[in-house]
Design a protein around this ligand. Structure first.
Ligand code: PMP
Length: 411
């Protein structure tokens, strides 16, 4: 059987062998609960704290500013809802006070968008959703124009998970800082970024970005699934959204996922390895090769999102007269794994909100294909992938052409 090709690293990545080895003993040999006071617990706790330090170093933060969660979905929910909860707590839970204002973008991951929409529905916040430009980039000036007297939070993703475009986070950070100079501490704007798709490729030093909160997930960076983190700058008012045992200094209740956290720490530490920088360069070259080949060899294909300001591993195409779900299924039958829209929303036939927000028509958004490369992909695989995509697109077009011909013949 032909070897399958995996080009869906935006959905998830395999666990790095070094990460796996680091985690192994913590499943059945060193199984203590990190909150237990005996030596079993203490051993686990020490290693969890080592991971916290590894993350803190990577982000240029302090260990006590890192809070482990079950993933980026939870980290994003906590960032958005937790800060609004703290706002009302400061106002003695008087819900008649003026509602806080949030600025976000219209093409965030659903976990940020729906957290904002929930707060709106519950009448707890007002939200401005900033549209990106056609190239998939948000203008800093549009964010700045949206700032109001009572803006409490700006939440903007670093790298878009579908089209891979890189948002000007450090510039937004500067705008936030400038606006905060004019405001009293009470009225400070806090800045959060969802860096889930960025950490493998871009500078994530929190000071440079000017962020107060940053979310990430281990399974996008060759770590295990079910673990993530939220960086929270000291002094940022935030309240928990889960009730329970008060782990993570009261911000995130639930038994510490020690195996996951230990693997997460290792995965993050490996990102600073020189070999990773070299790998990222190779990924970028392969990705550029892929884009050039597809655009040259497949007529009526287009790249969605800026060509330059995009993640080195991402290519997102639309193929005229091709339906995304059928494309995906047929590619899979040929042994090629990619995605249409985002993995979290596939299964739904709604056109991607990301592609609609950069101005694609619903039918164009339906015909999209997201290809995300990873550390293990080779030139040969990319060459084969292009051949498969070319064949399948042409087959689908001939079928849809035939369907249309039959339709018009019957009329
Ligand atoms: N944000 C972004 C940008 C993502 O790509 C994802 C994963 N698709 C998430 C949040 C959710 O992450 P997790 O799977 O860790 O909940």
């Amino acid at each position: 059987m032909k070897k399958k090709i995996y080009l869906d690293h935006g959905a998830t990545t395999p666990v790095d062998k070094r990460v796996f080895l680091e985690m192994m003993p913590y499943f059945s040999e060193k199984y203590g609960n990190a909150s237990s006071l005996h030596s079993f617990g203490k051993d686990t706790l020490d290693t969890v704290e080592k991971s916290r330090l590894q993350l803190a170093r990577f982000f240029g933060a302090e260990a006590e500013e890192i809070f482990f969660t079950s993933g980026a979905t939870e980290a994003n929910n906590l960032a958005v809802k937790g800060i609004v909860k703290a706002y009302y707590a400061k106002n003695k839970n008087d819900y008649s006070v003026s509602k806080p204002h949030i600025i976000t973008t219209s093409f965030e991951h659903h976990c940020v968008l729906e957290s904002c929409q929930t707060l709106e529905k519950e009448n707890l916040a007002k939200v401005s959703y900033i549209l990106p430009q056609k190239d998939g980039l948000v203008r800093v000036s549009d964010i700045e124009k949206a700032i109001q007297k009572n803006t409490l939070l700006i939440s903007a993703m670093y790298v878009n998970n579908e089209i891979g475009t890189v948002q000007p986070i450090a510039e937004i950070g500067k705008i936030v800082k400038k606006n905060n100079l004019k405001k009293s501490l009470e009225k400070k704007i806090f800045f959060h970024t969802d860096a889930t798709q960025a950490v493998n490729y871009f500078d994530c030093k929190v000071e440079k970005l000017g962020v107060d909160m940053l979310s990430l997930s281990a399974h996008k960076i060759y770590g295990p699934k079910g673990v993530g983190a939220l960086y929270v700058k000291k002094g940022t008012p935030i309240k928990p959204i889960l009730n329970g045992g008060g782990q993570e200094k009261g911000l995130r209740s639930g038994t510490t996922n020690s195996c996951g956290i230990i693997g997460f720490g290792k995965a993050v530490a490996l990102l600073s390895n020189k070999k990773n920088a070299q790998k990222n360069k190779e990924t970028l070259e392969l990705r550029n090769f892929l884009i050039e080949k597809i655009l040259k060899e497949i007529p009526d294909s287009r790249l969605n999102g800026s060509r330059e300001k995009r993640s080195p591993n991402n290519a997102n195409f639309s193929f005229k007269n091709v339906e995304g779900e059928s494309l995906l299924m047929m590619l899979d039958a040929e042994g090629l794994a990619c995605s249409t829209g985002s993995a979290c929303s596939s299964g739904s036939l709604e056109p991607s909100h990301v592609l609609l927000s950069i101005g694609l028509l619903p039918e164009e958004a339906h015909g999209s294909l997201r290809i995300t490369l990873g550390r293990q992909n080779t030139q040969k695989e990319i060459e084969n992938a292009v051949k498969i995509i070319k064949k399948v697109v042409s087959k689908l077009r001939s079928i849809s052409g035939k369907v249309l011909d039959d339709y018009y013949a019957k009329k």
